[in-house]
Design a protein around this ligand. Structure first.
Ligand SMILES: [Zn+2]
Length: 244
């Protein structure tokens, strides 16, 4: 006999989405039990994610190492490592991705390199991607070594503020509860967030000037946790805007 209820359960269990979400749930449990809330919210994004493309922008690269820590770690390397993990995780849960760079190269060559041109090209990638949601990955820097903690800056485009607040809140709640920073509008001087047309945030994951934080940022596990929380936050944002 045909049991509709059973068939429905069977289809749900068999669906790619259910399988992927289950894996993400397990991964989320490795970050913190409360991460499950983020992922549970994200389950509703099943169809919504298909219409969007996560544009991941690992800041700097090539000739531009970004901020350099006391031990010689380059911000550009940390940004890329986190960005590549975000890419793998997003693709794994069915969210399409575009990387502004996927290796240690700037967007312009050595002869013609300019930071401005590099940022113009990255911004164009986001602006030419239909359904783009941009997450630019950076690390912060400060004259003294004591300052630490992630901070998400958001663009002025529609959706950016809510994405920024979701991501910032999750980074703090799940990874750094003592962090007292708040999500903030990106300053006009930041080219990419000032010139994108899509929802966009710039995540400063930590401080290159804080040796303890750099030590964490240089571990695979912490990079994975940051990537998971940021991708989970994008899914949560998609769930919230209910584009299913
Ligand atoms: Zn940077």
């Amino acid at each position: 006999m045909f049991d509709l209820k059973q068939l429905k359960q069977y289809n749900i269990l068999r669906s790619e989405w259910a399988r992927l979400i289950l894996v993400v749930l397990i991964a989320a449990a490795m970050v913190a039990v409360s991460a499950i809330h983020v992922i549970r919210e994200s389950v509703q994004t099943v169809a919504a994610a298909g219409r969007h493309v996560l544009v991941i922008d690992p800041g700097h690269g090539g000739f531009d190492g970004g901020a350099i820590s006391d031990d010689g770690s380059k911000e550009s390397d940390i940004n890329l490592a986190i960005g590549l993990r975000m890419c793998a995780l997003a693709e794994f849960v069915g969210l399409r991705t575009v990387m502004t760079r996927s290796d240690d190269r700037a967007k312009t060559d050595y002869v013609s390199y300019s930071e401005h041109e590099d940022l113009v090209l990255r911004t164009a990638i986001a602006n030419n991607t239909p359904g783009a949601i941009l997450v630019s990955v950076h690390q912060n820097d400060f004259p003294t070594g004591q300052v630490s903690g992630a901070q998400v800056l958001y663009a002025a485009t529609p959706g950016s503020e809510s994405l920024g607040k979701i991501m910032h809140g999750n980074l703090i709640r799940l990874l750094d509860p003592s962090n007292r920073r708040v999500a903030a509008p990106a300053p006009k001087s930041l080219y990419i967030t000032s010139h994108v047309t899509c929802p966009a945030v710039l995540a400063e994951c930590g401080f290159m000037s804080n040796n303890f934080e750099v030590e964490k940022l240089n571990t695979d596990s912490y990079r994975g946790q940051l990537a998971l929380v940021m991708v989970g936050s994008v899914l949560q944002y998609l769930s919230d805007i209910q584009t299913i």
